[in-house]
Design a binder for this molecule. Structure first.
Ligand code: SAM
Length: 238
């Protein structure tokens, strides 16, 4: 199945250029992903192609006018539901959201610019997503974050060697275990013996315990969100 994504932006080249990067290019080559980029400036009647206007009530900066976006949503056949607005006021995008989006037929992302959207654009969206508690100049980077995090979960996009199953935030919502490659020793720091043992059951136990240790230390909020640690996991920590 192909995931169909449409991105609405005033900077189509920012999206298109990144789509040539390896993972997304591979997903598109394998027809697992399509990304249609809609240039919002093509949908304004303004002779100067401007799509921003001053806010009612005054205040600094300009807002994205509602008409071009609403017109695209009404007229453009490439729009795929749900329609997602990228905004700092949205819910914070997570791996669980990427997993959910990867199961859909597709979705549409709207990139804001200037001081953001006229509120009628927000009201027309099925949901609003933020990529974190900070303010970017535009939604294009946020759109690429959402597309890449989602596309890499599609079956066939990653090779086996890059399987996402035991990654940070995967099904059991823990951080990834520490990983090592050659050399065995560098600056006096050694690869843990268990990884050299060839005992795959023991390696799996060690890795799970390390995921717990790391998450408890670095992201205790994740442990709380998953409802704590099971009795078997407590055993692993001893
Ligand atoms: N005035 C807005 C506010 O205070 O919430 C910020 C507008 S921001 C300068 C312009 C656009 O960048 C937004 O409409 C949105 O599309 C995008 N943007 C900025 N930060 C973002 C974030 N953390 N997540 C998703 N999109 C973001």
């Amino acid at each position: 199945m192909t995931l169909r994504v449409t991105v609405m932006t005033i900077f189509p080249q920012m999206i298109e250029q990144y789509l040539t990067s390896s993972l997304l290019a591979r997903a598109r080559e394998r027809e697992l992903l399509t990304v249609d980029v809609v240039d919002l400036r093509a949908y304004t009647d303004d002779p100067r192609r401007s799509i921003d206007d001053a806010p009612y009530g005054g205040g600094p900066g300009m807002l994205m006018m509602p008409e071009p976006v609403l017109r695209v949503l009404a007229e453009e056949p490439r729009i795929v539901q749900p329609v997602i607005g990228l905004s700092p006021i949205g819910s914070t995008f997570s791996q669980a959201d990427a997993e959910e989006l990867s199961t859909l037929e597709g979705f549409t992302l709207i990139c804001g610019r200037y001081e953001g959207f006229d509120a009628r654009i927000e009201q027309r969206c099925d949901r609003l997503l933020s990529i974190g508690d900070f303010v970017l100049a535009g939604g294009e980077l946020a759109a690429l974050v959402v597309v890449e995090a989602t596309a890499r979960l599609l079956a066939g996009v990653l090779g086996n060697e890059e399987s996402p199953r035991e990654e940070s935030f995967a099904s059991d919502r823990l951080l990834e275990y520490p990983q090592y490659t050659r050399p065995r020793v560098i600056d006096g720091r050694e690869v843990p013996q268990v990884l050299l043992s060839g005992d795959h059951a023991e390696i799996a136990r060690w890795r799970h315990s390390q995921r717990l240790v790391r998450t408890l230390e670095l992201r205790p909020d994740l442990i709380q969100a998953r409802g704590g640690i099971s009795a078997e996991e407590v055993e692993l920590l001893h």
